[in-house]
Ligand binder design. Structure first.
Ligand code: ADP
Ligand code: MG
Length: 348
């Protein structure tokens, strides 16, 4: 059984799907004479795909080993991972659990984004993620007790976790960290670093819909990805937009394919850290472009719970980020927003 980070009975969320449209144009200067090579596999409860154009070849085994190492550090689905040990430990035993570079980088980046998003991105939400049935815990809850939600909310103060170079400490035993909203992107960045080190300069990497590209495809065009129309039913998938990606990363977040029904109500998998409840704000699908895929991944999740006005302000004030939002405007109509510099072809 492969390690998983994201629990979902429905792993095929919007962001798990990407389309690449190689343009079969005969161009004068192909980057290299080789064709596209494709490596696929499974990781983090979803699939990964690497497409690259190079005369060098890379081994799937090496990529799988790298991904297994990352999972052994940050997968909440592996009981023996570093994160699971910390999550299960009493505070006084946390110092006995050594953390590694993968854990440290996920933690440090998460902390920076927690602060930049005014706490809307919060990796300390694990007790609530489990309560709502989107984590490794019980998925069969049928009723919600708001007193219990409020009690669990008290455990989600991210500042109760302290980084000490070799280990992480926490205040209460029931406190748990969760890097699910950043780890897929982080895995993509790690693969990119590995490919760079192995002199592969033209690639498109994807884990569960989070992507990073460098160079060009075999037709000497920038890699292109498709953004889905937000629809629950995968068999009716249609594209909303196409984006050429130029040495950057793209992550899309949406609640409409990873949700649960409790009674008559449907709840998405992204939780508002201010209320403890999964919250449907105006944004239906948030696509973020950034240099790092981990950064894009985390901000995409944060934008979903921030609401349109706050998310737009956040993007406009951060020159490292670009966004494409599909949202419900004040009249209740579906509208889109895109950053000024974003090159994107809208369909319809
Ligand atoms: P999506 O691809 O839809 O953004 P991700 O897998 O990136 O989904 O992130 C969703 C996961 O992040 C949830 O399943 C949960 O584990 C965790 N999560 C939920 N709400 C938050 C939040 N506000 N901040 C950080 N992590 C969250
Ligand atoms: Mg995410």
């Amino acid at each position: 059984m492969l390690p998983t980070i994201k629990s979902s009975t429905n792993h095929l969320s919007l962001s798990n799907i990407f389309l690449v449209f190689p343009l079969f144009l005969i161009t004068a200067c192909l980057p290299i004479k080789s064709q596209t090579t494709i490596i696929t596999g499974e990781t983090m409860g979803t699939t990964y795909t690497i497409k690259y154009v190079s005369e060098n070849t890379i081994s799937k085994t090496a990529i799988d080993e790298l991904l297994v190492q990352i999972n052994q550090s940050v997968s909440t689905y592996m009981p023996e991972s570093i994160i699971s040990k910390i999550n299960q430990a009493a505070p006084e035993h946390c110092k006995e659990i050594d953390i590694d570079i993968f854990f440290t980088e996920n933690f440090e980046l998460s902390k920076a984004i927690f602060e930049e998003t005014d706490g809307y991105f919060n990796p300390a939400l694990m007790p609530l993620v489990n309560y709502w049935g989107f984590g490794y815990g019980d998925k069969n809850r049928h009723t919600i007790d708001s007193n219990e939600v409020n009690r669990l909310l008290l455990l989600t103060n991210f500042y109760d976790f302290e980084y000490h170079q070799t280990h992480l400490t926490k205040k209460y035993k029931a406190q748990q960290v969760d890097f699910s909203a950043i780890a897929k992107g982080y895995g993509v960045d790690q693969i990119a670093a590995w490919l760079n080190a192995h002199h592969i300069d033209h690639y498109l990497i994807e884990i569960g819909g989070e992507l990073r590209a460098k160079g060009k495809n075999a037709a000497n065009e920038y890699w292109r990805i498709g953004i889905d129309q937000p629809q629950k039913n995968l068999s009716q998938r249609t594209l909303k937009a196409i984006v050429p990606i130029k040495n950057q990363s793209v992550a899309t977040s949406g609640n409409y394919r990873n949700y649960r029904k409790l009674g008559t109500k449907e709840y998405g998998h992204i939780i508002n850290p201010k209320t403890g409840f999964p919250e449907e704000k105006e944004i239906i699908s948030a696509t973020i472009l950034a240099a790092s895929c981990a950064v894009a991944d985390a901000y995409a999740t944060a934008c979903m719970v921030m609401g349109f006005d706050k998310a737009k302000r956040l993007i406009e004030n951060n020159t490292d980020l670009m966004a494409y939002f599909i949202y419900k405007n004040k009249q209740g109509l579906i509208a889109t927003y895109q950053s000024d510099d974003l090159e994107l072809i809208e369909i319809d």
